[in-house]
Design a protein around this ligand. Structure first.
Ligand SMILES: [Zn+2]
Length: 245
């Protein structure tokens, strides 16, 4: 890995390294497996569960060779092999939405060289290891008419609580049709569990503690769409029972 990093560094002294000049060590199985397992087999952005190799990418959070917002930016080439800059993502999020976008709150503070302090930069996109996405993104569900057949169905939409949340939703397409429908597929099960908890709270059926364990399991970080699952229980007044793993 060091070799490639050194080569890119040499090129960067002369000119902007091209995307094709990077050795793609990040695509190797050991890197992919480690990220995939760390992220509970989920895309870092949309939280869909994804097979380790099919329809998935190893994503550079800070784009390595280009920054769409700034034409003359050389790309964050010095982070190409940096573990903290790599995530497991689905191909759709990476290739159709994220691409080389990397919006920041203040362009004056954008890092342009390896000597810049990344802590100074204020990225709009949420890095799930630095910011808790749940503090920035909420979810709402309601009936909408399908564009194709005109039939009404419930869909679940991400809504930004903060500018970071709003920009992340916009850039990553977190309200694209497939996603809003996929999230909605969980509603029936979550609603049943909430109803059963209400029954337990009234002193019927199994105890509140036992039901709370079921809610914790249903909102674990190991499952797809954890952020929505947790928001569902918060919105129906059962937020105190959600998992905190
Ligand atoms: Zn995704």
């Amino acid at each position: 890995m060091a070799e490639s990093a050194d080569t890119i560094k040499e090129i960067a002294k002369q000119r902007k390294p091209l995307s094709t000049e990077f050795d793609k060590h990040w695509g190797k199985d050991d890197v992919r497996t480690a990220l995939w397992e760390m992220q509970h087999h989920k895309c870092c952005y949309c939280e869909r569960e994804r097979d380790k190799t099919r329809e998935s990418d190893i994503e550079h959070f800070r784009p390595k060779a280009e920054v769409t917002e700034v034409a003359d930016h050389p790309g964050y080439w010095w982070l190409a092999y940096c573990w903290e800059n790599l995530f497991f993502s689905c191909r759709k999020c990476n290739q159709e939405y994220k691409k080389n976008f990397f919006p920041v709150a203040d362009e004056q503070k954008r890092a342009r060289t390896e000597n810049c302090d990344l802590a100074e930069e204020d990225p709009y996109l949420i890095d799930p290891t630095q910011k808790d996405p749940e503090e920035h993104i909420s979810f709402d569900w309601y009936e909408v008419k399908s564009k194709s057949d005109g039939l009404k169905s419930t869909q679940v939409f991400a809504t930004g609580r903060t500018d970071y949340g709003k920009k992340t939703i916009e850039v990553l397409g977190l309200n694209e049709d497939e996603l809003t429908v996929e999230r909605a597929g969980l509603i029936q099960a979550l609603k049943s569990l909430a109803t059963l908890m209400n029954v337990s709270q009234l002193g019927h059926g199994i105890s509140v503690e036992e039901r709370a364990e079921e809610i914790r399991q249903a909102t674990s970080a190991k499952l797809p769409f954890t952020a929505f699952r947790r928001e569902y229980f918060r919105k129906v007044g059962l937020g105190k029972y959600i998992a905190d793993d």
